[in-house]
Design a protein around this ligand. Structure first.
Ligand code: ZN
Ligand code: ZN
Length: 332
């Protein structure tokens, strides 16, 4: 017992290692850019001030979005999705699986759940003892059911889901911008050091390394960001891209696809001025989501848009390779 508690404790501490690595790299990049490039290498004061102002604006947004991605707690389903004591007893005392299934159907009747398991049953988490809301999945790392779970990301040591998906996307975007800005402004001085026009040995090391690290991070994050842009345009989570959500009529990978603009608004909201800031602005409460089929039922005009942006491509087969090492599918 004490051993397993000790192991869990070790696991929790080790899980912070990637976050510490990223933090150290970011702190070093700050030092290298501000001190070694701007204060030591640059000599023109106008250039120094301009470089530093733009750098700090991007740096603040980048750190702010990273902070929010790491420390925004994943949202768990509301109390009404948890089994009542009486229902739990009835469910556990029942040995016939088909009757257990029926009990879940009865409980779910009062809840806004439209997705099902692969064999058409109500999605139930026996560890959390709750009916899973649509798009909710159990994360074995966080040991809880997470609303609109996208994936568990070790680089932020957090579940990316309904509560922080916008922050995670902005974090990817600002990290790309940060890398791009560093690479673009440092490049000229790398050439100068290379051609021995500048000779400060210590700054040379930092400036050359800045360019190398910025390009490396840019290349690896570019694919992940591109993949999430594509997912958001289809209103799909990473888990749903791997396995299409199942509705009463069967699986439908476009079940939550409302069209490009509405899909964006689901995550970013309607207030455009909040889109680029890590402030909650998305729509809904994470428990239920507008669905394409319901839209069609309410609005016959939408019923003709069967081919929406799909272009007949088999999307499950492409798009996500590079990012997959970052996105660990934790649902069991
Ligand atoms: Zn669960
Ligand atoms: Zn998790």
């Amino acid at each position: 017992m004490a051993l397993s508690r000790g192991l869990r404790c070790c696991q929790r501490v080790l899980a912070w290692v990637p976050v510490v690595i990223i933090t150290l790299v970011v702190l070093w990049s700050y030092y290298a850019y501000v001190c070694e490039l701007c204060l030591v290498t640059l000599t023109n004061p106008v250039e120094q001030v301009a470089y530093l102002i733009v750098f700090h604006v991007i740096f603040v947004l980048f750190v702010w979005t990273y902070w929010k991605s790491v420390f925004t707690l994943p949202l768990q389903p509301d109390k009404k999705f948890h089994m009542s004591y009486a229902d739990k007893e009835r469910y556990e005392n029942e040995e016939r699986p088909e009757v257990q299934r029926q009990i879940l159907v009865e409980i779910a009747r009062k809840l806004p759940v439209y997705t099902r398991t692969g064999n058409g049953a109500i999605r139930f988490c026996d560890r959390c003892q709750l009916i899973k809301p649509d798009r909710c999945h159990h994360c074995s790392v966080c040991a809880m059911c997470v609303l609109k779970m996208d994936h568990h990301c070790p680089w932020v040591n957090n579940c990316v889901g309904f509560s922080n998906y916008k922050f995670f996307l902005l974090f990817l975007m600002y990290s790309l911008l940060y890398c791009m800005y560093i690479a673009a402004t440092v490049f000229k001085y790398v050439i100068k050091y290379w051609t021995d026009e500048l000779t400060n040995g210590r700054s040379k090391f930092h400036v050359l390394f800045l360019l190398f690290v910025a390009v490396m991070f840019f290349l690896s994050l570019m694919f992940l960001f591109g993949y999430h842009c594509w997912l958001i345009s289809r209103n799909r989570s990473t888990l749903e891209a791997f396995s299409a959500p199942v509705f009463q009529n069967g699986p439908d990978k476009n079940g939550f696809n409302l069209g490009f603009v509405k899909n964006l608004q689901q995550v970013f909201g309607e207030e455009k001025k909040l889109w680029l800031l890590p402030i909650v602005s998305g729509k809904g409460d994470g428990h239920s989501f507008p669905m394409r089929t319901l839209c069609e039922a309410q609005n016959p005009l939408l019923a003709n848009e069967e081919q929406w942006g799909d272009d007949g491509l088999d999307e499950e087969n492409h798009g996500y390779h590079e990012g997959s090492s970052l996105a660990i599918e934790m649902e069991t």
